[in-house]
Design a protein around this ligand. Structure first.
Ligand code: AMP
Ligand code: GLY
Length: 434
């Protein structure tokens, strides 16, 4: 197989490494890729203006779309219409992430558990304020469209909630904020379930938990995710069954709506006292969730992605390693705000070489990195984004995985590099409480 992967993050690096391990894969083109995908076996970073033309010119058998934006813009429809197998939903399915209003209406129509909500457009400001009063604080305000993870405010007071509504209506998120979804605030632990969906067959990966805030102890600004672990010890068998059932019902509802959904369905859950409820759907792999899920997957990723794209998942069983996985993000100073790029990165090979625990393994994925040509024959690895590296460790226990990941983090350097120091501590804590 020749595969084209669209994207440039740690998620895409983990996907590329997973695909490269398949004996069926010959070439992986990554558009645009990063410093890590450039070094991966079988992989080539490419600048592509039209994925469709590239796919035709390079005899591409499968296109894997990493991020949500190209899916929401219809890339999968364009490729499929030209007969190219594509991993990722079309515009209709991508609306589950592209429009919070669509997603909430869809859940409401199909009886999928989620928080009570109201939807308001810019000329309904007073009605939106009244809805906030009805729900009472705390209350959640969401821009309808894609806002790079910044469009959600969990407001502790009504005043803060009104400000969030005004920010949306006054243009902070452009068109994405012209419609606002107001939701009742749910309480509980959060947990993500990510599944391959080929239309009717749903194959869930293990549960995982992200750390969204920038600072230790879940303080500071929201980020794309500062670290992750899988599985989630606090999730009971009953909750796992309930979440899987909700994923199956969602896939059935998509079929009922006439939406042919082929790719990843990511369900963000709040585990409330009344059972798991959906906070959000994403229509692609999570980042950094992928960096803990794919290294645990023992099945052939290329085959599974191809079967998903072709609607042939039925009868497939996913195999996972029994180990747990912990991934720590190394970020640039200033992230999630303004950052400096182009800073030399050292110590990755050293970190790999020093990993001596035979029962554990270390997987370093690049996110915001690139290879800079220093002269004719040499290149230097430099920073190129807010989240720079994902350091993932697999081990029999969370204690060991945390130790291996953080020991590697200490060996990797660039100016201003920082990480959270408490990734996966929640896994230890929750396990003890159980
Ligand atoms: P979303 O992008 O919709 O998942 O929202 C981002 C984050 O906001 C979630 O991971 C939750 O931490 C929080 N959140 C979203 N909706 C709610 C809700 N209805 N109740 C409580 N927290 C929420
Ligand atoms: N880590 C959260 C997301 O990918 O949406």
């Amino acid at each position: 197989m020749n595969i084209l992967v669209i994207g440039s993050g740690g998620r895409e690096h983990a996907i590329v490494r997973g695909l490269a391990a398949s004996p069926e894969v010959k070439n992986i083109y990554v558009a645009p890729g990063n410093g890590g995908t450039a070094l991966e076996e079988k992989a080539h970073n490419v600048e592509v203006s039209s994925p469709l033309c590239f796919a035709k010119d390079h005899a591409i058998d499968l296109v894997v779309v990493g991020p949500e934006a190209p899916l929401v813009e219809g890339l999968a429809d364009e490729l499929r219409a030209a007969g190219i197998a594509t991993f990722g939903p079309g515009i209709d399915g991508a609306l589950l992430e592209g429009s919070k209003q669509f997603s909430k209406d869809f859940m409401f129509t199909h009886g999928i558990p989620t928080a009570a909500y109201g939807v308001f457009t810019v000329d309904e400001r007073e009605a939106a304020y009244a809805c906030l009063e009805d729900f009472g604080a705390p209350v959640v305000v969401k821009a309808d469209g894609l806002a790079a993870g910044k469009g959600v405010t969990v407001a502790a007071t009504l005043e803060e909630a009104r400000e969030a509504v005004n920010e949306c209506f006054d243009g902070r998120f452009g068109d994405a904020g012209a419609t606002v979804v107001i939701e009742a605030c749910l309480a509980g632990d959060e947990c993500s379930m990510i599944a391959f969906v080929d239309g009717s067959t749903v194959l869930p990966l293990a549960p995982s938990q992200d750390h969204k805030r920038v600072g230790d102890g879940d303080t500071g600004l929201n980020t794309g995710g500062m670290g992750c672990y899988s599985p989630v010890p606090s999730v009971s068998d009953e909750q796992l069954v309930q979440m899987t059932d909700i994923l199956n019902r969602t896939a059935a509802a998509l079929v009922e709506e006439g939406i042919e959904y082929r790719g990843i369905l990511y369900a963000g859950f709040m585990l409330t006292e009344e059972g798991p409820q959906i906070l959000e759907f994403n229509v692609r792999f999570g980042d950094p969730e992928t960096q803990v899920l794919l290294p645990r997957l023992k099945s052939d990723l290329a085959q599974i992605m191809m079967k998903t794209a072709c609607g042939e998942l039925s009868g497939t069983v996913l195999e996972f390693s029994d180990e747990v996985a912990v991934s720590v993000v190394i970020a640039s100073a200033g992230y999630p705000g303004t950052i400096t790029t182009g800073l030399p990165i050292t110590g990755i090979d050293d970190a790999m070489a020093r990993q001596m625990k035979p029962e554990a393994s270390l997987h370093i994925y690049h996110a915001g990195t690139k290879l800079l040509k220093t002269d004719e024959n040499s290149e230097e690895l430099v920073t190129a984004g807010g989240r720079v590296l994902n350091v993932t460790a697999l081990a029999p226990t969370f204690e060991e995985a945390i130790e291996v990941a953080y020991r590697a983090v200490e060996n990797i350097h660039f100016e201003g590099a920082f990480s959270r120091s408490d990734i996966a501590q929640r896994a230890l804590l929750k396990r003890e409480q159980k």
